[in-house]
Write a new protein. Structure first.
Ligand code: HEC
Length: 193
């Protein structure tokens, strides 16, 4: 009988410390995710721009593919993370959101509609997935002027023809500058660095 209150006291003493560690771990992972996405997005856009300069948008179509050699591997292997892109309006069905991503994409849409600045919209959480504590992070991808060449309303006929052939179920058109195009998503199952 006497041990119970002692355990309780111990738990009460330890709990705030554990919570503080968890907060610190979360903050560190969020910071690292923002950095990884910044370099990842920069590399992706650099590759897109140089492909467009070389051959125009029709020739650059593959450059918006995250599987483009090098980019995804560099960003993901660095910290043993999986990094991907997803959207509520997909071009490639392989990029379909899972249940967690879907709820965050909907939340982003609502937060933007409520007036939040899309440039800073992100969301992080620890979730339990298949019995493992997993860190998950998402950050919005906005639509810039260059993106509408392939994701806008007035897509050049030769670009549209190529997209039709490659992506028969393409829903990633009709975007305007400033719209939410989708989001980067990071999944990390490894222990804290
Ligand atoms: C030259 C044409 C082209 C341009 C320009 C372009 N994209 Fe794409 N985008 C594509 C193609 C093709 C895919 C499908 C890639 C794949 O198969 O995974 C795609 C896929 C995506 C996806 C993944 C989700 C999905 O719908 O499958 C996102 C997010 C995305 N693009 C964002 C952007 C943004 C943001 C820009 C501007 C910075 C941009 N794209 C510019 C052609 C383009």
């Amino acid at each position: 009988m006497r041990t119970f209150p002692r355990l309780l006291v111990l738990a009460l003493v330890l709990f705030p410390a554990t919570a503080a560690f968890a907060d610190e771990d979360l903050a560190r992972r969020i910071e690292a995710s923002r950095e990884a996405i910044k370099s990842f997005a920069g590399a992706l856009q650099g590759q897109l721009m140089s492909a467009m300069v070389d051959g125009g948008p029709a020739a650059a179509i593959e450059a918006c593919n995250i599987a483009a050699p090098g980019i995804a591997a560099t960003a993901s292997d660095a910290q043993g993370w999986r990094i991907r892109r997803t959207s509520l309006k997909l071009r490639n069905p392989d990029n379909a959101p899972d249940a967690w991503e879907l709820s965050v994409l909907r939340e982003f849409k609502a937060r933007k509609a409520a007036g939040e600045d899309p440039a800073t919209l992100d969301h992080a959480a620890f979730v339990v997935s298949e019995g493992k504590r997993t860190f998950r992070y998402m950050k919005i991808i906005g639509t810039q002027p260059v993106c509408i060449l392939c994701h806008g309303t007035a897509i050049a006929p030769e670009v549209a023809a190529r997209l039709d052939a490659l992506y028969p179920d393409d829903r990633a058109r009709g975007f305007k500058v400033g719209d939410i195009r989708g989001a980067f998503s990071i999944i990390q199952t490894s222990p804290p660095p």
